[in-house]
Design a protein around this ligand. Sequence first.
Ligand SMILES: [Fe+2]
Length: 273
Amino acid sequence: MSALDKEQDNRWEGGTPSAIALVSLDACQAAATSSLADEGRLANYRATTLKVRYKMTMVKVLEPLISEAKKTGWASGLGSLNTVRLEAAGLGLTEVPNRRGEPPVTTLRPLGREEARKNSLSARFGKGEQPLHNDGAHMEHPPDFVVLGSETTSGTPTRLWINKYGGAFCWPPQYVLHGIFLVQNGRDSFYSPAFADGRYRYDPGCMIPCDARAREAVKFFEGAADSAVEHHWDAPGKLLVIDNRRTLHARASAADDPDRAIQRVSFRVKGEQ
Ligand SMILES: [Fe+2]
């Protein structure tokens, strides 16, 4: 690593910037290369770097994926969750822990029924195939976007479903809008339909149907699994951005993939539903 590379690394590790501006990585690399010619130019480069101390040079990863996910339900790309988190801060996205007291980034591993948390999907389905669900369905305000990332490959795909006709997002049947579920979350349990205000809330691990329409809704989501699309973790560093408001997802059976490790971070978008 050159002196300039080390210099650049140290800048980025020096602390969290108060604001993030996305500037051209090519321009920065060009400056770095030419600056290697002599110490004077290296000093100039340092000065320039200081001027943009609170601007971060990075390739846009999250923003285009969020933009695409808003249109299509989900989007896939390459990158690290660290980069995603940094960029998310600049985009005004708020990290949402999946459970109170949990860190914002969690590693999802296949768990047997006996080792899983109560009311979790793993407690009901173990390492087998999961049903379609939204993350954070037990929360009053579930996350808007869920970002999954894997540093390695996994033979267990993530299944995705969105209710679309042609290119347009469709509202679900009336019984999905009006069937009532008990959402189990300890003393914070509450009643809710599986679709309201333009977004789904569904997780059979923590939601119990309370009436005939809700039981119809359960069948609706079970049937939706037939038209789910698979995202394959077939390259290291893959990212999957899911619009958690309109897209349901599920892990395929991981019974033969005990070492699967997918990282997750979830976000809420201020001012959007
Ligand atoms: Fe999930």
